[in-house]
Design a binder for this molecule. Structure first.
Ligand code: NAP
Length: 313
């Protein structure tokens, strides 16, 4: 019999069969570099085996240093950790993809990543300015490249063996369907905001039917208002099962078949967030049917501008 405490070790097979992804993951969108490095080490020490970073977060160097130090201690090996990074909007032109990918690997001090994602479906004006704006402050997009053009460049990277799997982030169901229909390599992972206020059931259903893992970011609601961690349904379940609201939300996300990503700068919370146990079926139902609020915390899907990164960063 599987123990409820084994939930934290859940692994989801990827459709290219290259690897399986641990469901419970740690994100590194932390503004302070010193805090990023400490948190990444604390996450690995607590048991997290998925690390999520991105060119745009500017945390790849710190994540790379933290991994190197932990690997050098010898308790955790590179092959035990599933590392994801992402291609930024200014590098969507196919000829820019490989150099951007190589630069990410160099910052991470790695020979390969487990997953490479297109960070958003929006192509921005190519160049070194990550947030290109016109004189009126409007984002300058790049109409000269499609999401499929960029996807084909990622397929090339996977074929070369430089990343074990490829996927999409901040996409709509229609965009995923379009890529699945046109691609030679299907996305292994679709990475979107998802939690009880934005459950994305339709997208999850499509992904599960198509053998795609749905990775759910902001699984705890990103500390934004209205506070998901203070939702009365979540709090009541936490009291009943003797867990914290964060543990309830992460367990719910894993049990419904998604791969939640959470982030914390605090070692005690990082340990708390790995210490999840399976919820009883009635609690799963209560979260699904008893929470009626609908909130999207991150507006990145509308413009490609990252909602959780302050302008100018
Ligand atoms: N592709 C995209 O567009 C995209 C966008 C957003 C995020 N992401 C990824 O997803 C990751 C997770 O997203 P997120 O930062 O929104 O995750 P989250 O876990 O929903 O929110 C993090 C916030 O929750 C707090 N927190 C964490 N554990 C807690 C606990 N046990 N009790 C109370 N508060 C707790 C943290 O505060 P403290 O740090 O003070 O503990 C932090 O303010 C990111 O790091 C990033 O890797 C991707």
């Amino acid at each position: 019999m599987v123990s409820p405490d084994d939930l934290r070790y859940t692994k989801l097979p990827l459709n290219n069969r290259a690897t399986a992804m641990p469901a419970l993951g740690f994100g590194t969108l932390i503004p302070d570099p010193v805090a990023t490095k400490h948190a990444t080490k604390a996450a690995l020490e607590a048991g997290f085996r998925v690390l999520d970073t991105a060119e745009r977060y500017r945390t790849e160097r710190e994540v790379g240093e933290a991994m190197r130090e932990v690997f050098e201690e010898g308790k955790i090996k590179r092959e035990d950790v599933f590392v994801t990074t992402k291609l930024w909007n200014t590098n969507h032109r196919p000829e820019r993809v490989k150099p951007a990918f190589e630069a990410s690997l160099e910052r991470l001090q790695l020979d390969f990543v487990d997953l490479y994602l297109i960070h958003t479906p929006f192509a921005f004006q190519p160049g070194s300015e990550q947030d290109p704006r016109d004189a009126n402050g409007n984002v300058i997009y790049d109409p000269g490249v499609t999401l499929l053009d960029t996807w084909r460049a990622l397929e090339g990277l996977e074929r070369e063996g430089r990343c074990k799997a490829i996927g999409l982030s901040d996409v709509s169901l229609e965009q995923v369907q379009h890529i699945v229909e046109a691609a030679s390599i299907k996305p292994a992972v679709v990475h979107v905001e998802s939690h009880p206020y934005l459950p994305e059931w339709e997208l999850l259903n499509y992904c599960q039917k198509s053998g795609i893992v749905l990775q759910a970011y902001a699984a705890l609601g990103h500390s934004s208002e209205p506070k998901l961690l203070e939702d009365p349904v979540v709090i009541a379940i936490a009291r009943r099962v003797n867990k914290t609201p964060a543990q309830v939300l992460l367990a719910w996300a894993i049990q419904r078949g998604t791969a939640p990503l959470t982030t914390s700068k605090t070692a005690a919370r990082i340990r708390e967030n790995f210490d999840v146990s399976a919820l009883p079926e009635d609690a799963m139902r209560e979260i699904r049917d008893g929470i009626k609020s609908t909130v999207r915390f991150n507006a990145v899907v509308e413009t490609g501008v990252p909602g959780f990164i302050p302008r100018g960063k």
